[in-house]
Design a binder for this molecule. Structure first.
Ligand code: NAD
Ligand code: DAU
Length: 373
């Protein structure tokens, strides 16, 4: 059973992966390395912090020698690399942090893996794996009638975020080709679910509807994303670690394309339904339109578009399905319902974020977005 170094394990997908992994693999140890940036939150790992198989290390993946020391000290044979700056809007406002974390950080990890696993030979090479978690955004933007991205779609990243992820993908590939490091890469579509930081569309929608704030929809709202419930992503990485081929890239997606405005309407309807059915929820969220007989869609506000906004992403996860048998378990309907219910049940978690320094981001970011239409 592999013992894992999970980078970025205090973030959204990383934390979900750690919970999933420790639940599914009883004989496995997990060391999380996370810098606890604005997006990292130790509370995301509360449920596993007492587990003897789990260790948390507060540190930066860019720190030379840190990851190598962890691989040696904890005798780890697998890296699952989530740590990154992940929000496209922030990359447009300040690309430098993205180049540092996503490119330099990934390179430091590759160097550590090469040194400890290959040069020092501390593990049988058949046992080690560097799994790189990447994004479908590296492939650029599709037209509405284009076929979905496949693993051979040429790279065409359009934002500083996706360009930095593309660079990291190339470094991972180069370390395999040049040094023989056993790597796999997954390029996944938009995730959603528990512990999702409320700067991204779906959690932002939920908390804004509950507090009666406007819902900012960029441009005409017709940009399309493919959505995957986060636990299905964790299961896909598990499948790649267990049954994927070394040196290969796997696209991961939910076969669940939707226009942003449709996601907005679906989440509005879900929150409205929950409040209409439950007086206690109406009392807890008095600013939400449904608490006073209204409709959450009244909060929709079309705002200026994201610069360089990719029109459509779509993924064909056929290779992953054929080689590993993976398929998503949640549909958009079941996944969105679970997500809304999680946010209703975990109000202290997101209140903690909304009442902290994140408030400054909301104020500056949305104050500068002009309304249109
Ligand atoms: P997130 O922003 O929620 O979490 C990122 C985590 O990385 C945080 O805990 C943060 O503290 C940590 N981190 C950032 N810089 C670090 C550094 N220098 N050293 C150590 N830790 C650092 O991100 P997420 O949405 O969970 O995404 C995780 C990974 O999955 C990223 O690589 C992202 O590109 C990729 N991805 C995300 C999605 C999505 O929909 N969210 C989809 C496909 C791929
Ligand atoms: O495709 C995978 C990517 O998905 C990941 O690599 C990124 O880390 C992740 O953040 C996500 O990127 P997006 O830019 O697609 O996600 P975001 O939630 O920021 O936006 C989703 C869509 O919703 C996008 O078309 C922009 C739009 N949007 C977003 C926000 C935050 C709005 O219309 N209003 C908003 O307030």
């Amino acid at each position: 059973m592999p013992d894992l170094l999970v980078t970025g394990g205090a973030g959204f997908i990383g934390a979900n992966f750690v919970h999933y992994w420790l639940r599914e693999h009883h004989a496995s140890r997990v060391v999380v390395l996370d810098a606890l940036t604005y997006a990292g939150n130790l509370a995301n790992l509360d449920a596993v912090r007492g587990d003897a198989r789990f260790t948390f290390v507060h540190g930066d993946i860019c720190t030379e020698g840190l990851a190598a020391g962890l691989l040696r000290d904890h005798a780890l044979d697998t890296i699952v690399h989530f740590a990154a700056e992940s929000h496209v809007d922030r990359s447009i406002l300040g690309p430098d942090a993205f180049l540092r974390a996503n490119i330099t950080g990934t390179h430091e990890l590759l160097k550590a893996a090469r040194q400890v696993w290959l040069d020092e030979g501390r593990m049988p090479v058949e046992r080690v794996r560097f799994h790189h978690v990447s994004t479908d955004e590296v492939y650029g933007s599709l037209g509405f009638d284009d076929p979905p991205f496949t693993e051979t779609t040429p790279y065409a990243p359009n934002s500083p975020y996706s360009a930095s992820k593309a660079a990291s993908d190339h470094l991972v590939r180069a370390y395999h080709h040049t040094y023989g490091l056993p790597v796999t890469t997954s390029n996944c579509s938009n995730n959603y679910g528990p512990w999702h930081f409320p700067e991204k569309l779906i959690p932002l929608l939920i908390v804004n509807v509950l507090d009666g704030r406007t819902i900012p929809v960029y441009g005409d709202g017709r940009n399309v994303r493919d959505w995957l419930y986060v636990e299905d992503h964790a299961r896909a990485i598990d499948a790649i670690l267990g049954r994927g081929r070394v040196g290969e890239v796997y696209n991961v997606g939910g076969r669940a394309e939707a226009a942003n405005i449709d996601i907005v309407r679906r989440v509005c309807a879900l929150v409205d339904d929950r409040l209409r059915a439950d007086a206690a929820l109406r009392a807890r969220f008095p600013q939400s339109p449904a608490a006073t007989g209204g409709d959450a869609t009244s909060l929709i506000t079309f705002v200026a578009d994201r610069p360089g906004h990719d029109r459509r992403y779509a993924i064909a996860p056929d290779k992953l399905a054929a080689e590993t048998g993976w398929a998503p378990r949640e549909t958009l309907a079941t996944g969105l319902a679970r997500t809304v219910d999680w946010y209703l049940a975990q109000e202290p978690w997101w209140r903690g974020i909304m009442d902290g320094s994140y408030r400054d981001w909301i104020t500056t970011h949305y104050a500068t977005r002009e309304r249109v239409g």
